[in-house]
Design a protein around this ligand. Structure first.
Ligand code: SF4
Ligand code: SF4
Length: 490
């Protein structure tokens, strides 16, 4: 990747101009260069529009779609639960969540190795909403001011109208976004009730709307070029065979202005290269870069420059594709090879991770059990000389149906203490206190092992080993200061 480097060496007023153009979105004096990318019509604009509006629709309706009575996607942060296509993951599903995250990362690596920043240009919400919602609104309301690149004045009424529409869009988007975190039912309650009844919810909503406004009114392409970690990783994720949007310098250089002469009814350039240096590819770029300087991190792969250049090539009677989807290798050597180690290794890792995920998910029982830390005296020696432990156990029904669970404590195949029964709705959890009475002789070094068996009403059984505390063998018959019982998960 190249860095923008253009010598200026001049001084404007009291602000010295930089010798190096570090960012495409900065003027030479360091001030923000406000982007007003020109709309370039063409085949990619049409395809991206269809994709963008389909994604917006999906984003809008997904919170309302339920699978097996559950939301398709719900990130319930307060309860630390995550529902993904009808399956709910709980805080103890660490392995499953880790595998899912790993699979997502590997899939992103693979996608990037094959198709470069296709996600950024075609599907990222930042690009989709900026280029297909906020930008068209801005273009429409600002009219001549936008088309002139900000050089003609903008009537204050248009400014107010633009920000009013932006605020409404952000408000709506913030509501939709929050539906993924609180669910549509909770969101409807927030909307219907007065902010005074839900001050915290109101502040969350106002804050989210404010952040959206700040993003789409102010930060815009800076999110892609400066803030997004995925953008920063491009230099390691793509290689010379990844499909990227490339300018073909072999065809284009030496570039030169079109010297007009009539050839039939077509205008042709008389310079050797095909690039007529019209700058339309730069004018249409939402991040303001000149792709002819080489692949740059700021390129989000939006393909607007392809449409712009194809239109120019059509006009001057030359073949399309001076800027096109290609790889660095194909541009340099004319050969394009898809296969290389990383596109074989990534799918392999992905298949392994997804396989492990599927196996772990399938082996996940209906009962999620964890033992709670005992804070009081860990055991009591009864008058009979036996040792009583009360074990606090948290039980969650993670199946999709209501279940009754039977809990018994087993030692050497005989039940110790009473069998407990508990009914739980799907996803519901409760704490059960298990009374475990053991003879003193059961304890060695102050510990005795028991098995806790949990059986649901469909006969699915889970058995967990657990240790209870007691006096050292032959030790005092009164409660002793044994070490605090530790939590043991499943
Ligand atoms: S749009 Fe095409 S012809 Fe015009 S400057 Fe860009 S690469 Fe050259
Ligand atoms: S260089 Fe082309 S593909 Fe890259 S961001 Fe600019 S317009 Fe989009």
């Amino acid at each position: 990747m190249t860095t923008h480097q253009r010598a200026t060496g001049t001084v404007t007023g009291e602000i010295p101009e930089a010798d190096i153009q570090v960012l495409s979105t900065l003027n030479k004096d360091g001030s923000r260069r406000w982007m007003r990318p020109r709309l370039s019509k063409g085949r990619f604009l049409m395809r991206r529009r269809i994709t963008a509006y389909a994604l917006m629709l999906l984003f809008m309706v997904l919170p309302y779609v339920r699978i097996g009575g559950k939301p398709t996607l719900l990130f319930d942060l307060p309860n630390r639960e995550f529902t993904f296509f009808g399956t709910t993951f709980y805080p103890t599903d660490t392995l499953l969540l880790a595998l899912l995250l790993l699979a997502i990362f590997v899939a992103i690596f693979l996608l990037t190795a094959l198709f470069g920043r296709v996600w950024c240009g075609w599907a990222c919400p930042q690009t989709v909403y900026m280029e297909y919602l906020y930008r068209p609104v801005e273009r429409f309301i600002e009219g001549k001011h936008y088309r002139s690149g900000g050089r003609t004045p903008l009537h204050p009424i248009r400014v107010v109208a633009k920000y009013a529409v932006f605020a409404l869009l952000s408000l709506y988007l913030a509501h939709t976004f929050l539906a993924y975190f609180v669910g549509v039912d909770e969101l409807a309650t927030w909307v219907r009730q007065s902010p005074f009844e839900h001050p915290a919810a109101f502040l969350v909503m106002a804050g989210t709307t404010g952040l959206m406004l700040l993003d789409f009114c102010c930060f815009r392409e800076q999110v892609c070029t400066l803030m997004c970690p995925y953008g920063r990783l491009q230099s390691v994720l793509i290689d010379e065979r990844s499909l990227i949007i490339s300018y073909d310098p072999k065809r284009g250089e030496p570039r030169g202005k079109l010297r007009r002469r009539q050839a039939g009814d077509r205008q042709v350039a008389s310079v050797a290269g095909e690039c007529i240096d019209c700058h339309l590819c730069v004018a249409t770029c939402p991040t303001g870069i000149d792709l002819r300087d080489g692949l740059q991190m700021e390129c989000i792969g939006c393909a607007q420059c392809i449409d712009a250049c194809d239109t120019v090539m059509d006009k001057v009677g030359r073949a399309r594709g001076l800027i096109r989807y290609s790889s660095q290798e194909a541009i340099e050597t004319g050969r394009s090879r898809l296969l290389r180690p990383r596109v074989l290794v990534y799918p392999l890792i992905l298949a392994i991770v997804l396989g492990l995920f599927g196996l772990t998910l399938a082996g996940r029982g209906s009962a999620e059990v964890s033992f709670l830390r005992e804070r009081s005296t860990p055991y009591r020696v009864l008058d009979s000389g036996e040792v009583l432990n009360i074990v606090q156990m948290s039980l969650r029904n993670r199946s999709e149906q209501a279940r009754e669970f039977e809990i018994s404590v087993i030692r050497e195949d005989a039940a110790v203490g009473e069998t407990e029964r508990i009914s739980l709705a799907p996803g519901e959890s409760d704490v059960v206190g298990l009374r475990i009475v053991l003879p003193r002789s059961a304890f060695e070094q102050g510990r005795a092992g028991v098995a806790i068996r949990v059986t649901d009403d469909e006969g699915e059984t889970r058995q967990l080993e657990h240790h209870v505390l007691g006096p050292l063998f032959g030790g005092p018959s009164q409660p002793s200061a044994a070490p605090e019982q530790q939590e043991s998960g499943t």
